[in-house]
Design a protein around this ligand. Structure first.
Ligand SMILES: NC(=O)C1=CN([C@@H]2O[C@H](COP(=O)(O)OP(=O)(O)OC[C@H]3O[C@@H](n4cnc5c(N)ncnc54)[C@H](OP(=O)(O)O)[C@@H]3O)[C@@H](O)[C@H]2O)C=CC1
Ligand SMILES: CC(=O)N[C@@H](CCC(=O)OP(=O)(O)O)C(=O)O
Length: 359
């Protein structure tokens, strides 16, 4: 099979670096270009010591990267990315976008981000959570890779959504590593401010990932296991609170719901019964492991796996679902390469890391 020429925008950022670490090992990919404004003209090692010696071209400007590729990965900030995507699609390229620019319908994007820079593009995008959109991803010209917090929360809760067990209100709390804020994060992300510290942020229903959580859970409740990106469906209300904790990588999502006591399955709920439903839901998934042990972030660090578990609290009638993933792995670059593989009919784990590193 001929190799696809793949270009990466935002290659000097954390998401970009993790894309390169995966794409250099992919048997059906040649990395044809890397873009950075800060490092244009320099070798990759000038920016990334961990990639010194890898078979990668020097950084150049974004337009040259777009012109030279078959498939473009965008690891650039939301709002800045849509114009690149528009130009790449117009030039007949396929796009895998790690930013938030094509995840939501234009009216929802406007509510959380402001006016959409290229609203027509949204209709061409497939949401890149492969476990739920695998069929729809095949042949997709534009993949909108989910956010890291949403990947964790939605993988934790999707089996409950399928069974109608979300109840009236969904609470999603995440602990997130600092690399989630990107390499260019500002004051407040420096070591002295983070070390020995844990702090919530964007609380009170203000985090832009709330819309993505509600979208995905609504889709699963409405359409079942293989869902469509667009369409009419009711959304649950999600209360989402992220917490920044002093670790480099990782997301741990802890999600609590109270199923309707009148629901036909409510009387038979137990942890064992829930784990069985989760195992059914994720059976055969190469990158999601359902386990009885409670997930922890170190077990997925450096990998593209997600660990999921669930508990029933009989006393309060609540279900708590957990997911752990690496925000730069399954939560960004790993999820992106998995969706790229699904879109192109490649083996889904090509280029990916199915095991983590420990310690
Ligand atoms: N970090 C994470 O855990 C996750 C990140 N994402 C998303 O992935 C994308 C990248 O995030 P991350 O790698 O963390 O961010 P970083 O801040 O680490 O990197 C951002 C990259 O974008 C480039 N860039 C910034 N502004 C522009 C611009 N106007 N035009 C062209 N290039 C630009 C920068 O390169 P230079 O300045 O050299 O040009 C840099 O390479 C974002 O959309 C983010 O939301 C998604 C899931 C998880
Ligand atoms: C620690 C931290 O700040 N995390 C970021 C993660 C954002 C992210 O990467 O998600 P997108 O792809 O949607 O931008 C946040 O919570 O906003």
């Amino acid at each position: 099979m001929t190799r696809l020429k793949v270009g990466v925008l935002g290659a000097s950022g954390y998401g970009g670096a993790e894309l390169l670490r995966r794409l250099v090992t992919h048997p059906f990919v040649t990395v044809s270009g890397l873009a950075s404004r800060q490092f244009a003209g320099q070798a990759v090692a000038a920016c990334w010591p961990q990639l010194a010696g890898a078979a990668l071209p020097a950084f150049e400007d974004a337009e040259a990267v777009i012109a030279g590729c078959d498939v473009l990965f965008c690891a650039t900030p939301h709002g800045e990315t849509a114009p690149f995507v528009q130009r790449a699609l117009a030039a007949g390229k396929r796009v895998v976008d790690l930013s938030a620019d094509f995840r939501l319908a234009p009216k929802d994007y406007a509510a959380w981000y402001g006016p959409h820079p290229y609203p027509e593009g949204c209709a061409r995008a497939v949401y890149g959570l492969t476990e739920l959109h695998r069929e729809e991803l095949r042949g997709a010209e534009l993949v909108a890779v989910p956010g890291c917090n949403c990947t964790a929360g939605n993988l934790a809760l999707a089996p409950l959504a399928l069974h109608g067990l979300l109840g009236e209100h969904v609470t999603v709390n995440v602990l997130t590593g600092v690399s989630g804020a990107g390499r260019s994060a500002a004051l407040g992300f420096h070591f002295p401010e983070l070390n020995e510290n844990a702090r919530p942020y964007k609380a009170g229903g203000t985090h832009r990932h709330t819309a993505e959580l509600e979208d995905t859970l609504g889709r699963v409740a409405a359409f079942g296991r293989q869902v469509k990106t667009r369409g009419d469906f009711a959304r649950p209300t999600v209360s989402f609170t992220p917490h920044l904790v002093p670790m480099t990588r990782g997301i741990l999502a802890t999600c609590t719901v109270r199923p309707d006591p009148e629901h036909p399955e409510a009387a038979g709920l137990s942890t064992a019964a829930l784990l069985e439903r989760y195992e059914d839901f994720y059976r055969g998934e190469p990158l999601v492991t359902v386990q009885e042990d409670l997930p922890q972030t170190k077990a997925v660090s450096g990998s593209d796996r997600t660990l999921v578990s669930v508990r029933y609290d009989k006393r309060s009638g609540t279900v708590t679902a957990f997911a752990a993933l690496d925000n730069l792995g399954k939560g960004a670059a790993g999820g992106a390469v998995q969706a790229f593989n699904a879109a192109h009919g490649f083996g889904e784990t090509l280029g990916l890391f199915t095991q983590g590193v420990w310690p």
